[in-house]
Design a protein around this ligand. Sequence first.
Ligand code: PAF
Length: 313
Amino acid sequence: MTETTGARSSGELARPLAPSEGVTARSAELAHTREGLRKLLEPARRDGASVGFVPTMGALHEGHASLMRVARDKVSGPVVASIFVNPLQFGAGEDLDRYPRTLEADLEICEREGVDVVFAPSVDEVYPGGLPQVTVAPGELGDVLEGKTRPGHFGGVLTVVAKLFGLVGPDVAVFGEKDYQQLALISRMSSDLCLGVDVVGAPTQREADGLALSSRNRYLSPEQREEATTLSRALYAAQREAASGVDAALQAAHAELRRAKTVELDYLVVTDPALAVLPADPEPGTEARILIAARLGTTRLIDNMSLTIGASR
Ligand code: PAF
């Protein structure tokens, strides 16, 4: 992590990072303030280079690293990653306070992945004067699935992403398919509000046993971690049975879920790829999405996969 004049003059932190073994680290810059960010992005704006953006809440893992690589491939100029635990998207009783904050380790991942600028603002920097009066309303899609269990969540996500888009001014922003509904809503926001950001989805990264990578996996006890594979096993089972139709796919998934002792299902649904209701009798070959949310103790996990209904994969 190198320090620039701009960064130094705006109170940015500089810290040298050791390259990870076998990986050539590139220099990255860290900004904690809007002004620091603006200065760091000035050269790219002057040169007309395209900017890639990966918004995160930190606690970075290989899933985030893959988003950074996708962003890098898509732009001619800098890749920016933001690290900000956004209070606006957490409901009462959710894990805002215990959400992992691991800035040092996160910076190493950003450095390793060749991120050029890391923006890690404080809450006051993002929400000066308190929470905003004007926010982004997600519409109907914000009230179902995750939105039903987490009222207000997507309004908080869209509001902070819109603000971050405003601050970073990216050409391309990359989000994980793991948060499929979030990806769909951010895509809609960018097109509905003409934000001019190309929103790109990147495939979910998984552990060897199928568990989707998530910053929240670290809350799981060893026993819960073992049972957590039930979610992906259920989705894979559905994929295998999708040739026989939606009901068969759902039954196969439920059969996997019944084998788990401590997994408390929140929802398991099949939708069309845009999260709309599937036709009652879909044509063979219809593309669909299966989405699941479940609790293991106090930890809530989500996952999803594509399905092809009525056709062998
Ligand atoms: O997916 C996340 O980490 C967050 O919801 C996001 C998109 C960074 C907004 O805070």
